[in-house]
Design a protein around this ligand. Structure first.
Ligand SMILES: Cc1cc2nc3c(=O)[nH]c(=O)nc-3n(C[C@H](O)[C@H](O)[C@H](O)COP(=O)(O)O)c2cc1C
Ligand code: SF4
Length: 418
């Protein structure tokens, strides 16, 4: 019987998130006190050794990102370093970061202060999706308590280190969750992406070295400081250590967020924690990783969930969204809503994505309308165009439609033209 193993959600439902006293009684802010006694390089080293990887989607080493940010040279004479927490949570099917902000905001804040100290950041922003009213209120309240208790602000706990953190609200654009677009948005500009490199660690917010991490990633840091990198590395798998929150929705009896060790099998998540398929129907597919993710067939139920184990099979873990579809749900309806979504969210800055997302939708609608009469070359055209978009688009949004299209065609080609 699979049970949850909680690191990021350990206090959720157990403490009153509106009271810093409750968080402290559960061991909160001990890791910060310990971290402030450590040289910043030692914290960066510990995070690299822990193997913690970003939980926002790309899975980049959280420790290495901090190393690059702390070592980046400033291009301007007036040098500042920033830390930004990505709480935009725009990926369809993902609803985990809000649970941390609503249920244990101090854990996120503690992890963020430690990360800021490690890279020498003087100013931080938590960029929260504008519709997340409760997350915004809880995080703001928690920041006020953190300051009042001397864990934030000038000369934190007498260490000589000072940091200020503000909340910024997202305007509802999916693209604003992409790190550079998010930085543009904080700078007060329209949400357009920038060309990489340079990366945010080198030239980020207002041109300064900036560390940007997801809510869940930062929430793992206090436990790593308290228990050590070796402890963290012993959880999960070799390539994907630690735990992961999976947001499971769709045709399951018990949808919700479940935090388990990386390496869990897909079937354990769906049939054990999420209670199996609704109305005793059969499993057809799961869309893993959200709209920018991949459809997987029944044979994937035994696959272990981790960054590498999924990549080896041309699938992605992404932010941990799992949208389950029962036997009677048409793939083409889901694919249609995904392509409409990308068309709506394309910012229009580059031609391959601006025109390409519209064209993909037109092609799919033609395939659906013609059914069995459709010439199969339209499906090949759908594939070719999404691949071309992936090669020529300016930012990762234009590279996203290829994943759901390719996997839908690979596993459910026949069904698209019924
Ligand atoms: C279109 C797009 C939307 C994204 N939305 C989010 C988001 O809502 N939240 C998030 O944490 N990362 C999002 N990302 C990933 C970020 O660009 C970035 O990789 C992440 O904030 C890094 O944090 P991590 O290393 O802790 O994962 C998005 C990426 C793309 C391309
Ligand atoms: S790929 Fe799409 S979202 Fe990205 S810059 Fe081009 S038009 Fe904008």
């Amino acid at each position: 019987m699979l049970i949850e193993r909680r690191i990021a959600l350990k206090n959720v439902g157990r403490i009153n998130p509106a009271k810093i006293e409750d968080y402290m009684a559960a061991g909160g802010y001990k890791a910060l006190k310990q971290a402030l006694q450590m040289p910043p390089e030692k914290i960066v080293y510990e995070l690299i050794q822990s193997g913690l990887r970003g939980r926002g989607g790309a899975g980049f080493s959280a420790g290495l990102k901090k190393k690059f940010t702390s070592e980046a040279a400033c291009v301007l004479l007036e040098c500042m370093r920033f830390i930004v927490c990505n709480a935009d949570e725009g990926e369809p099917g993902t609803f985990k970061d809000r649970i941390i902000m609503e249920g244990d905001p101090h854990l996120l804040i503690e992890g963020m202060i430690i990360a800021a100290y490690a890279v020498g950041a003087q100013k931080g922003y938590i960029y929260i999706r504008g519709e997340y009213h409760k997350s915004i209120d809880m995080t703001r309240k928690a920041l006020g308590q953190t300051k009042a208790n001397g864990f934030l602000g000038d000369n934190i706990l007498g260490s000589g280190y000072s940091l200020d953190i503000d909340v910024k609200l997202g305007g509802g654009s999916y693209l604003c969750g992409e790190e550079f677009t998010l930085l543009e948005s904080i700078e007060g500009k329209r949400g357009y992406p920038r060309i990489k490199p340079p990366y945010p660690a080198q030239k980020g917010l207002f041109g300064m070295p900036t560390l940007i991490n997801n809510v869940e990633t930062l929430s793992h840091i206090p436990a790593i400081i308290l228990n050590g990198a070796k402890w963290y590395k012993s959880i999960g798998t070799d390539q994907s250590p630690g735990t992961k929150i999976f947001s499971i929705s769709g045709d399951v009896n018990n949808p919700g967020n479940f935090e388990v060790e990386m390496g869990v099998r897909l079937k354990e998540l769906i049939f054990n924690l999420a209670g199996g398929i609704k109305d005793d129907k059969k499993f057809k597919t799961a869309l893993i990783g959200g709209a920018a993710g991949t459809f997987v067939p029944e044979s994937f139920l035994d696959v272990r969930m981790g960054f590498e184990s999924l990549r080896e099979k041309d699938a992605v873990l992404g932010s941990g969204a799992i949208i389950v579809m029962a036997e009677d749900k048409p793939i083409r309806d889901m694919l249609h809503s995904i392509l409409r979504f990308f068309g709506h969210e394309s910012c229009g800055k580059c031609v391959p994505c601006r025109v390409g997302t519209r064209h993909l939708l037109i092609l799919l609608e033609k395939i659906i309308a013609e059914g069995p009469n459709n010439h199969s070359s339209d499906i090949d055209a759908l594939l070719e165009q999404s691949e071309l978009m992936a090669k020529t688009s300016l930012c990762p949004l234009g590279q996203s439609p290829v994943l759901p299209i390719k996997s839908a065609v690979r596993y459910f080609r026949e069904e698209l033209i019924i």
